[in-house]
Design a protein around this ligand. Structure first.
Ligand code: G6P
Length: 611
């Protein structure tokens, strides 16, 4: 998804902007560009299709000296990836704009501007913003006021950065519906769509609110105006995560690094939240206990991998907390006539806290009479966190690989904590609570043991490199884990993969099974094991080759056409967390064999901030 970086500094900013763009690469993009005010007061721009490295080459040949500039990585929404459509967009030679999000009324605005004689060089919605600001600037020469008047004309979601050659050392930024932060330097100020883009220059940030407009100027001056145009102070916050998270260290890919971080981040997600024999309900906030007592029903809404975490949680919440649960993808939920029974808790799950559909679902839910909203999220200060009544941070640290790994297992950990917190206030048997709390404590160690199986999983991956399809099977809470396994494989290896509850096999997908269709199954030691074993026989009988991840106590034997990898025994309720790991590693190794772009798979974005 698009990324914005801006800087007003005491030094040349080209390097700062370029580094910022590189740090945003994980979000997914197809072109990049930069515009800088030269010391002679001229606005100069360089753009390139493809990776930031292509822009870097362009800049090496034709550098952009200057102390104030804006830069962007674009993920195409209006108009194909091309240099003409790459940002910054200009109006004439003296004004440049970068934009994330979508201007919904761009067609009407374009017609109006064309009628007035403005010439359009791109197919983007953004270019209307450049011309509108230029037109307004023509009235009184004040960039901030020109941007404010322009915003009044825009429908949609946006984060903007604007520079004008006529106002040296000034950037004006604005946000509505897309994230934008200001980095506070010493005598310098920065703009970014994500704090990660600016960690090389500062760890102090000011998070803009909906409707805010900001003016950054020389000497590190930062002026914020709220949606009503009133000057406001926004609190400066120190970024919590170490900068190490933004580098790959000794790992070949961010995804592999993040897979291996799971023992540590699951431990971090549990930290301070477990009592001796039960979950500390107060770790959800001071009002949580009173509120949790009133919960009669739960609606969970999320997208992508986060949605799969919600599907697992449904099994847990119904079983241990006795609360009926509905789980839905946010893009569907927000357009439904949802019926909300009294006492319903609304739960959103999101790694980034900026996914447009999930945020819109939360805003939609706020009008529907829910008891309260709880966000389970990984990014402090994100929109979702700020707009929810209660939050539970997953503590996974920045996740850079587009395919979500540690964010998912920490979400599951947080959801088990929610289950036990709700169970506690609703009278869940104390021995059951104590048993699960002890199992949670042991989880990071078990995850470590599964990671040690990596060489064996890598060996299994060879069987997939030439395949075009794969089928994932699971039962109960492992059906969503099968869905997540299939999602990982298709996201990063581009192999078509589907997941089914194993009991559904005979109702259709069995027709696809032959020796060319690998079938992957997770077989923990739970009450559905015997049923799963007969489902697997159905596959074997049709010549399908099976790859089974099984509990070491299950006694499932390796035979012709059946590859078995034994996992350490785990409390069956926590098995969905543990069984996720071999599926992540399998997809990773298949993708490496296929030579795909593991961390930035084609057509995908880390944080989808448009609908
Ligand atoms: C994108 C990412 C997925 C992620 C989904 C939801 O599609 O590529 O990995 O699961 O968004 O993101 P969120 O930040 O809300 O969890």
């Amino acid at each position: 998804m698009c990324g914005i970086v801006g800087a007003v500094a005491e030094r040349n900013v080209e390097g700062i902007l370029l580094e910022g763009l590189k740090r945003l690469e994980y979000r997914g993009y197809d072109s990049a560009g930069m515009a800088i005010q030269s010391p002679e007061g001229v606005l100069q721009r360089r753009r390139a299709v493809g990776k930031v490295a292509a822009l870097e080459e362009r800049l090496a040949a034709e550098p952009l000296p200057g102390r104030c500039g804006i830069a962007h990585t674009r993920w195409a929404t209006h108009g194909r990836p091309s240099e003409a459509n790459a940002h910054p967009h200009q109006s004439g030679e003296r004004l440049a704009v970068v934009h994330n999000g979508i201007i919904e009324n761009h067609e009407a605005l374009r017609r109006e501007l064309v009628a007035e004689g403005y010439r359009f060089d791109s197919e983007t919605d953004t270019e209307v913003v450049a011309h509108l600001v230029a037109r307004e600037l023509g009235r009184d020469g004040d960039l901030l006021a020109a941007v404010q008047r322009t915003l009044a004309r825009l429908d949609g979601a946006y984060a903007l950065g604007v520079v004008s050659a006529d106002e040296p050392d000034v950037i004006v930024g604005a946000r509505k519906g897309s994230p934008l932060v200001v980095g506070v330097g010493i005598g310098e100020a920065f703009l970014g769509s994500d704090p990660l883009a600016l960690l090389q220059v500062t760890d102090r940030f000011l998070y803009l609110r909906e409707g805010d407009v900001v003016r950054l100027s020389a000497g590190g001056r930062i002026e914020v105006l709220d949606a009503a145009g009133t000057p406001v102070e926004r609190e400066v916050q120190t970024f919590e995560h170490g900068d190490g998270a933004a580098s790959k260290g000794d790992y070949r890919h961010f995804m592999l690094k993040e897979i291996h971080e799971q023992p540590a981040v699951i431990a971090a997600a549990l930290e301070g939240r477990l009592g001796e024999r039960s979950v500390l309900v107060e770790s959800f906030g001071p009002e949580a206990e009173v509120l949790f007592r009133q919960v009669r029903q739960i609606h969970i809404v999320a997208c992508g991998t986060s949605y799969h975490a919600g599907m697992v949680a449904r099994y847990w919440l119904e079983r241990f907390a006795g609360v009926p649960v509905q789980v839905e993808v946010a893009s569907e939920y927000r357009y439904r006539q949802v019926v909300v029974p009294e006492g319903t808790l609304f739960v959103t799950l999101s790694q980034s806290g900026e996914t447009a559909d999930t945020l819109a679902a939360l805003r939609f839910a706020r009008e529907r009479g829910y008891l309260a909203s709880l966000a389970i999220c990984n990014v402090p200060g994100s929109s979702l966190v700020r707009e929810s009544d209660l939050t539970l941070m997953t503590q996974a640290g920045p996740e850079i690989g587009v395919a979500s790994t540690k964010a998912f297992t920490t979400q599951l950990t947080a959801l088990m904590l929610l289950t036990l917190a709700l169970g506690r206030v609703r009278g869940l048997d104390e021995a059951v609570q104590a048993d699960l709390v002890a199992a949670l404590r042991g989880l990071p160690g078990l995850v470590e043991r599964v990671l040690a199986l990596d060489p064996e999983i890598e060996a299994l991956s060879m069987a997939f490199a030439e395949k075009h399809h794969a089928l994932f099977l699971g039962r109960g809470a492992h059906f969503p884990i099968a869905l997540e396994g299939a999602l990982k494989l298709k996201e990063i290896s581009y192999i078509h993969a589907e997941a089914y509850p194993a009991g559904e096999l005979k109702h259709g997908p069995l027709a696809l099974v032959d020796s060319e269709m690998p079938v992957i199954s997770v077989a923990p030691n739970d009450e559905l094991l015997d049923k799963l074993k007969s489902n697997l026989q159905e596959v074997r009988a049709r010549g399908g080759v099976l790859f089974v991840f099984a509990d070491e106590q299950v006694g499932m034997a390796e035979e012709e056409g059946v590859h078995v990898l034994h996992l350490p025994h785990v409390h069956e309720a926590l098995a969905p967390i543990l069984y996720t790991l071999p599926l992540q590693l399998l997809s990773y190794h298949v993708a490496v064999l296929k030579g795909t772009d593991v961390d930035q798979p084609r057509n995908l974005a880390k944080s989808v901030t448009v609908e």
